[in-house]
Design a protein around this ligand. Sequence first.
Ligand code: AMP
Ligand code: TRP
Length: 424
Amino acid sequence: MKNRVLSGIQPSGEFHLGNYLGAVKNWVDQQEEKINYFCIVDLHSLTVPQDPTTLHHQTRSLAAMLLACGINPDKSTLFIQSHVLAHVEACWLLNCVTPLGWLQRMTQFKDKSAKQETIQTGLLVYPVLQAADILLYDADEVPVGEDQKQHIELTRDIAQRFNHLYEQEFWVLPEAKIPAAGARVMGLDDPTNKMSKSYAHISGHAVRLLDDPKDILKAFKRAVTDSGREIAFSDDPEKAGVNNLLGIYCAVTGKSKDETLADFANARGYGDLKVGVGEAVIAAVSPIRERYTYLMQDVAELDRLLARGAEQARAQAQPKVEKMKEIMGLVLPRLGTEDKGHGACQLPQSLFPRPPPLCVTLFGFLWYWFWQDAAVPPTPPPPLPSLIWWRQWRCWPPSPHRPRQRKQPYPPPRSRPALPPPAW
Ligand code: AMP
Ligand code: TRP
């Protein structure tokens, strides 16, 4: 049986080489052998402040980018997270079985919250929404970059806890699939920090897939390295820059470590290495940029593909979330049963007596009016603003039992109690 795959990517920020090599390239390479769901996680983007217009544009732009990278809509289901409501429902239900401490421990939460003035609750429950994304599709594999490993482990923990609490083998436990090369592409300006969408706008930090070849080459030429000359893979933090460049070359060309080193055996120094890696990257991303430009010209077609993807995703996710609710003891609406006889209510009509005809109601009011005048002492006067109205009202219609009161002084004079003597 084919393995099921789900992965997600946020539409905020600009798509960079780390996203491509760490995640999307793997999605594309495995498409044929697996059942794939790829999700543009727009709800995750909202966990940090966003400009609505930019987010709106970037969501479609990311869809075009994923298709340009090689996601085939006939082999994979590509959809926008907020188009499938089951994700939000499942997130709430999973929130209710996830201990707070598990979320507070997440490295990404700690990093991102340190950069925010106010921390939105969404940032804390972000991994629960991610767990919902994954679990709803019974995913066996989640191809992601290394930074997401902790979130996938948390997803397994949440799934196991749910299975244990409700004594069911309901969720499939997913596994993170992290690529051998490109799992952690570092910033070119600072090889100790990962290339990140948040800093993609800073010149020299990231290689954006839509960048001009000239700019890409320039960014590589300016890449930070050490003061040595040795071109070798290494875990030494000093050599992180060279290691990063070699890793990028491996991932982008698909060559092994030995083949990569052989390609640079005759390099005269880091300068040759930088140019070699830059050119390999340009060769890989240029066709993607061309396909992207073509796809962005027909936004209606993009929307149609995304609508089709959402429909396919709903067909999997909706029944799953309904089952989840049932397990948790919620009452599901029984669609289809309430509509017998033109949607008429099936309960006995005697439970809902009809109101009496209008004339009977009117007669009842009149009768009550006269009767009240005769049997009940006059009601106390209403508050001041309506006094005038009340006086007229009380005089009409004329009561058969009581003389008209118009001449009566109102309010009746009251004798005031004497003031107490002053206390001093
Ligand atoms: P994000 O940009 O956070 O939406 O990430 C989308 C995907 O790209 C996730 O699977 C990440 O693990 C992956 N990713 C992001 N940045 C990098 C990076 N610098 N190196 C490798 N993978 C990355
Ligand atoms: N949290 C992931 C990131 O920042 C994005 C994501 C959301 C995701 N839902 C997912 C990744 C489900 C894999 C599977 O990159």
